[in-house]
Design a protein around this ligand. Structure first.
Ligand code: PRP
Length: 216
């Protein structure tokens, strides 16, 4: 962990735009090139902040190991990874939900339900709580393919607009949990840099007020 510079791990890809907008609303003057650059480490000229741009699924790892002091990560990624980080703020951005989905009317011929997912821990936990034994098939993406081609009986995956399910003729069977992005903090950083991290947390809470409209 570097001196008094605060390193922020940002999720590249789909939720990056939402995260940048929120940081700007919170008063961080991110350069206009922030969203377009291919650089993976970006320093702010105006404040002692360094941003590292990581794959969303890796953000909790950078924060747990202290390579970043704070980060922005989806609740899905946090639940799945079980990383030892403080979850400080529900940012209310990149909202979606986790669901079980499959072909309408599908009946399994397998001794145990075959469930395809990129969230093996969340899926196992869900079926364990229901007292059902499953065969887990771990995939890395395009999960919706699995029931269509007969690889799995159902999937456990995130649903955002519902377009991917709809366009592939799948339906939701169960809704597991609501998901949104969270501000996470490394526990040691929090001890060592509490005043400045508390200030960031406050600014982010204020900036998220607009994102919470309509939340349960
Ligand atoms: C996610 C998720 C679904 C899709 C849901 O995949 O796994 O496939 O988005 O979004 P929708 O409800 O708005 O259609 P992602 O785009 O991250 O890519 P992946 O297939 O590589 O996992």
């Amino acid at each position: 962990m570097s001196g008094s510079v605060i390193t922020v791990a940002m999720p590249k890809g789909r939720i990056f735009g939402d995260a940048c907008r929120l940081l700007r609303d919170a008063g961080f003057s991110l350069p206009v090139t922030f969203e377009t650059t291919r650089k993976l480490i970006l320093d702010l000229d105006t404040a002692p902040f360094r941003f590292i741009l990581a794959k969303p699924v890796d953000v909790p790892t950078y924060v747990e190991y202290g390579a970043a002091d704070i980060g922005i990560a989806g609740k899905d990624v946090l639940l799945e990874s079980g990383r030892d980080v403080y979850e400080m703020v529900d940012l209310g951005i990149s909202r979606c939900h986790m669901a079980v989905a499959g072909l309408p009317g599908h009946r399994s011929k397998n001794p145990y339900l075959k469930i395809a997912t990129k969230y093996p821990n969340i899926a196992s936990d869900f079926y364990r709580r229901r007292g059902e034994q499953i065969d887990l098939i771990a995939l890395n993406g395009s999960i919706e393919l699995a029931p269509i081609v007969g690889l799995a009986d159902a999937i456990v995956d995130i649903v955002s607009t519902g377009t991917t399910l709809r366009e592939n003729g799948l339906v939701e069977f169960d809704r597991l949990m609501d998901i949104s992005s969270r501000l996470i903090v490394n526990p040691v950083s929090y001890r060592l840099k509490k005043p400045v991290i508390d200030e960031i947390v406050e600014k982010m809470i204020r900036a998220t007020e607009g994102t919470k409209v309509g939340m349960d």
